[in-house]
Design a protein around this ligand. Structure first.
Ligand code: ZN
Length: 418
């Protein structure tokens, strides 16, 4: 739409149209002349406090990356470090136009406090792990129950619970199904990692005599409220099962490329089969940014490079994956994901009078947003009708304190790692 105004009332989009006369009685008016208003972007897979590890462990093989760096670093994490890491992640998302995200990590009550202070919309899950009967499994269940209690008390309508069994290879079948039951009972999103690497699929074959998604289907784990990150190593039969069970896939192209998980997720086949696909950045240790504009562009390019086909995943479709399809993945496409009357006002404003977006016309705007824009072209961010960044000034968070505290936390962590 061109030359329209958007009236926001009580956190929702009340009206769209030529509303110049109404602007006189508004509490606040934002002039968007020469700017583009988009629905806020939705990141369907991340680990917010991992911003602390940004740049600490790069250029390594996946197994070595996990065993010699990430897992030892995670053992040293404190609630305070997770809080400031989450605040840094919030700053980056606000700055780059993400208004809603799905997260999984540790000390999630500290993440919830950070997200509530930032004013972002989020679904938060505790990463759960452990073999059957192990202390780790018991602790994981406790952590999830504690997060449920904490979010209930926080009572913030835009910070909601998700349930996060880490992956089929790191959770006992009992823990997977316990998580599944809680998610169904609480009407919460079930959030996990699936089929990220070839080694993982080989292990499923060895342990269960079948592919990972076939194993989960047999367990009864696959439901429409499941958001599964990665889904790189899939057979045709597994794609059919995901479609049949209406499982939502969070495609993380940058993380998959950086960690050299091998192969490219069969996103065109998933879309052809009717699977709801959205985009995730994954944590900042494996990306290393949370910029969804960057992930959109790489999503569009990686499948073309892989297939030698410049026509797959056109710009509009990629933008849809990061907005309305992602809203569908989270079960809230009636509430966010597009600019429509009655929906929550989760909006971003992009300055188009900037070298990489000029010249602007109706014919080039979508292409330019996907192929030329970057997150730092966003100049204002609005969530649930509340302006949380205006003209590139953060209105809810003190950025300098966050830079100082996260530098300190990251330095301590690096020292402990030796
Ligand atoms: Zn992940």
């Amino acid at each position: 739409m061109k030359s329209q105004s958007i009236l926001i009332e009580n956190g929702k989009i009340a009206e769209i149209g030529p509303l110049a006369s109404k602007s006189k009685s508004a509490d606040e008016t934002i002039d968007c002349e020469g700017k583009i208003v988009l629905p806020g972007l939705i990141n369907t897979h991340t680990h917010l406090p991992m911003t602390l590890f940004r740049g600490l462990a790069d250029d390594m093989k996946l197994e070595e990356w996990l065993t010699s760096k990430i897992w030892p670093l995670e053992l040293k994490l404190t609630p305070e470090a997770c809080h400031y890491g989450a605040l840094l992640g919030c700053l980056e998302m606000i700055a780059t136009g993400t208004t809603t995200f799905l997260d999984m990590y540790f000390f999630m009550d500290e993440v919830a406090k950070a997200v509530a202070a930032a004013g972002l919309r989020a679904y938060l899950s505790c990463g759960a792990f452990g073999e059957e009967g192990s202390d780790l499994e018991r602790k994981s269940k406790e952590n999830t129950k504690q997060l449920m209690k904490f979010l209930r008390e926080l009572n913030n309508p835009i910070v909601e619970l998700a349930i996060g069994p880490h992956a089929p290879y790191s959770c006992s079948p009992e823990l997977l199904m316990w998580s599944n039951e809680i998610a169904q009972k609480e009407h919460a999103i079930l959030h996990t990692h699936l089929a990220e690497t070839r080694i993982e699929q080989a292990r499923a074959q060895k342990d269960h005599g079948m592919k990972e998604i076939e194993y989960l289907d047999k367990l009864g784990f696959l439901h429409p409220n499941l958001v599964a990150a990665h889904c790189v190593w899939l057979s045709k039969n597994e794609i059919s099962i995901l479609a049949e069970r209406d499982v939502k896939v969070s495609h993380c192209p940058v993380s998959n490329m950086k960690l050299a998980s091998g192969g490219v997720a069969p996103v065109p086949e998933m879309l052809e089969n009717g699977v709801t696909v959205s985009i995730g950045t994954d944590g900042a240790a494996s990306n290393n940014s949370l910029d969804m504009f960057e992930s959109m562009k790489i999503c569009a390019l990686v499948h073309r490079a892989h297939r030698w086909d410049a026509t797959i995943l056109p710009a509009q479709q990629v933008l849809d994956l990061a907005t309305i399809q992602a809203a569908k993945a989270l079960g809230i496409s009636d509430k966010i994901g597009s600019i429509e009357g009655g929906k929550h006002a989760d909006l971003i404003i992009i300055d188009a009078r900037i070298p990489n977006l000029a010249p602007l016309s109706e014919n080039t705007v979508i292409s330019n947003l996907v192929y030329s824009a970057n997150g730092h072209n966003v100049d204002s961010t609005i969530v649930d009708g509340k302006v949380i960044m205006k003209d590139r000034t953060f209105l809810t968070l003190d950025e300098n304190t966050i830079y100082d505290r996260t530098s300190e936390c990251a330095r301590k962590l690096a020292e402990q790692l030796g």
